[in-house]
Design a protein around this ligand. Structure first.
Ligand code: BTN
Length: 267
């Protein structure tokens, strides 16, 4: 590993003026999953704000039980531990919040604009640059807590990706044609997460949903949404107040979904 790509915790922490996120920042060379470390911290009663970063993960988790390829030195694997003062029915908003923060941070480093695909894929040039996995847990005094895990493909070359995902995945290095400073992107990510979290707690979901909507290209487009073996085809219309995806189905009904895998551009 070249020195410039090392995840120096001192550089990440230096003069990081955040309110709630980053009160503690730990950097590991290798862990199973940063989400598991953040979850353990919440479950043993630590306060919110911990950021866990790893240079590689041996058991990186993706959505829907998939694994998240977490190659050393090239990606960002980061989790934050939150104990949000909000009703538990509102916790799904944190997923949208993380998406908005991640896309804003990435856009500070991407030559072509990054966008969001519901529920929370970060796309560049219509390929997947990153993903978000939110998991709930409880503190020892039974408060709802949430771990937000973010994986970003930063300095991967095409060959770094397994062959089966090579045509679907991209990295900032591939998109920009040159490597990106992971430390600078991590700092920006922590900043954006902190300010979006604060904005959500202060101003509620409407500004968040507007921001999310400004950062997607999927509305008005044909989509196919898969849940288990059921596929719904239609046009993606908007997010509702709960962050659910509203689709106008082929029979003209508007249906909202709280989960599912979306394929874009389906005719
Ligand atoms: C997805 O499937 O799109 C979500 C991927 C989330 C990956 C990140 S990497 C950091 C954190 N730790 C994990 O084990 N997963 C998340």
């Amino acid at each position: 590993m070249s020195h410039s790509s090392a995840l120096d915790p001192g550089v990440i922490r230096d003069n990081l003026k955040t309110l709630r996120i980053g009160t503690e920042i730990v950097v590991h060379e290798e862990v199973g999953s940063t989400n598991e470390i953040a979850k353990a911290s919440l479950e043993r009663g630590d306060p919110e704000g911990l950021v866990v970063i790893a240079n590689r993960q041996s058991r990186g988790k993706g959505r829907s039980g998939r694994t998240w390829s977490s190659v050393a030195d090239v990606g960002i694997y980061l989790s934050i531990a939150l104990i949000p003062e909000m009703k538990s029915v509102h916790l799904p908003r944190l997923t949208l919040m993380a998406g908005v923060a991640a896309v804003d941070a990435v856009n500070g480093f991407a030559r072509s604009r990054a966008t969001l695909k519901w529920p929370n894929d970060i796309l560049v040039d219509n390929k997947k640059l990153g993903g978000i996995l939110c998991e709930r847990c409880r503190t020892p005094n039974a408060k709802d807590a949430v771990v937000i895990g973010i994986g970003l493909n930063v300095n991967h070359d095409a060959e770094t990706f397994a062959e089966e995902i090579r045509s679907l995945a991209t990295s900032l290095k591939i998109a920009n044609g040159q490597a990106v400073d992971r430390l600078a992107l991590i700092r920006s990510l922590i900043h954006h997460l902190d300010s979006e979290y604060e904005a959500l707690l202060l101003s509620g979901e409407q500004p968040l949903i507007r921001k999310w909507t400004r950062n997607t290209k999927m509305f008005g487009k044909p989509v196919a949404l898969t849940r288990g073996s059921a596929v719904t085809r239609g046009t993606a219309l908007r997010l509702d107040d709960w962050g659910n995806l509203v689709i106008r189905t082929e029979d003209g009904n508007e249906v909202s979904f709280d989960s599912g895998e979306v394929t874009l551009g389906h005719e």
